[in-house]
Design a protein around this ligand. Structure first.
Ligand code: B12
Ligand code: SF4
Ligand code: SF4
Length: 304
């Protein structure tokens, strides 16, 4: 199969299932690395503060997949999920924002594997700056809220990237671009309760983002108004007000329902080995196991 044909096949098979994809030459990793290092040099990214996220980037792609020739960047639409906690005879429902459910990564991986392995190519998960990759590959554009909007799918989209030895198509590598819709709009900036989306620069002030604070352990800083909490983890404010997301904001699916005893266990921060397996299954099904240590604090903040 010709190089453009296989890249085209990958994109069309993903689109058939409601996903999006782009295949770009692996050489562009150098530009991604340079871009991140430049932000660090200019102190826009605080390497200390960001460490727990940045250590996951693996720019040495050849070490990950010898013979790598391309990066496949993918986008999977995801709804918000409503999870319910029963306590003292009352039901409390909270949102888990789109993108926390990593199940779409496995589904996409299976689609890619079935195309690639039948043509003798390999596939390996890539750990790269995904929004930048999605935007420079032409698959998405930035919103002023710094989130990547994928054509027609809005921002409720989980991104993932893979390395392969399949040749890339003849796609262009674009300069980072923002959506035209952002030209005369400031809705996300106005809606952000913490000032993380500030006029002084495009990159958000991550240390002020509620997501940054509620995914991490420890008490919330005093300057956080309790009324700002809106999601079990993460924050939806800058996406819900965005006119480009208009058709997706009501896309909410029902998730797990935690009974009184289960809610109490979670609120009390009971260690994992003392949590009944049925509750662990529920936490796994809503992809919250990773956040077990922060759930008691986040839940308490929301219930207030
Ligand atoms: C660290 C991280 C965070 C941090 C830091 C935020 C940030 N800057 O991205 C925190 C914890 C705050 C965070 C929050 C969220 N995150 Co996050 N996060 C990541 C992670 C792990 C790395 C991102 C990163 O640090 N990139 C490096 C920075 C420097 O790149 P960048 O953000 O793209 O910034 C570029 C632009 O600013 C551009 N730029 C600079 N100036 C200008 C000027 C113009 C005009 C233009 C156009 C561009 C431009 O240059 C920068 C690159 O150098 C990625 C996963 C991954 N592997 O990529 C997920 C990821 C970015 N997060 C994601 C999500 C969904 C969120 C939240 C929405 C979660 C939520 N609902 O609560 C919030 C959104 C906050 C926000 N408004 O951005 C998704 C985004 C999906 C999408 N469609 O874009 C990702 C890709 C995870 C995934 N697998 O899908 N996140
Ligand atoms: S709310 Fe407005 S400025 Fe913000 S991302 Fe959406 S269109 Fe752009
Ligand atoms: S996720 Fe929330 S706190 Fe973070 S930038 Fe958006 S609105 Fe602001």
């Amino acid at each position: 199969m010709a190089r453009d044909e296989i890249a085209g096949l990958i994109c069309s098979k993903l689109e058939e299932r409601g996903y999006r994809g782009a295949v770009v030459p692996v050489e562009h990793v150098a530009q991604l690395k340079h871009e991140i290092e430049e932000r660090m040099r200019q102190k826009e990214i605080d390497a200390g503060l960001y460490k727990r996220y940045l250590i996951h980037f693996k720019f040495d792609v050849i070490a990950n997949l010898p013979g790598a020739r391309s990066i496949i960047i993918t986008a999977a639409p995801q709804p918000q999920r409503k999870v319910t906690f029963q306590l003292n005879g009352q039901a409390y429902s909270f949102i888990i924002p789109p993108t926390y459910y990593s199940n779409t990564d496995d589904r996409i991986k299976r689609i890619l594997r079935s195309i690639l392995s039948s043509n003798g190519y390999q596939l390996h998960r890539a750990a790269l700056p995904l929004k930048l990759l999605a935007v420079c590959s032409g698959m998405a554009k930035y919103g002023k809220n710094n989130i990547a909007y994928t054509g027609g799918l809005g921002s409720f989209v989980r991104l993932a990237a893979f390395l392969s030895d399949v040749p890339a198509g003849s796609s262009d590598w674009l300069e980072p671009r923002a959506m035209k819709d952002c030209d005369k709009c400031k809705a996300c900036r106005k809606a952000c309760p913490t000032g993380a989306i500030a006029p002084d620069r495009f990159l958000i002030h991550a240390e002020r983002c509620i997501t940054f604070l509620n995914e991490d352990r420890g008490e919330f800083p005093e300057w956080i108004d309790p009324a700002w909490h809106n999601s079990l983890v993460g924050c939806m404010k800058c996406q819900l007000v965005c006119p480009v997301n208009k058709q997706f904001v009501k896309w909410v699916e029902d998730g797990e329902d935690f009974a009184e005893a289960e809610t109490e266990l979670i609120l009390n921060g009971v260690p994992l080995d003392s949590i009944p397996s049925a509750t662990v299954d529920k936490l796994n099904r809503c992809y919250m196991m990773e956040y077990l240590d922060v759930l008691p604090r986040n839940l308490r903040a929301l219930m207030k």
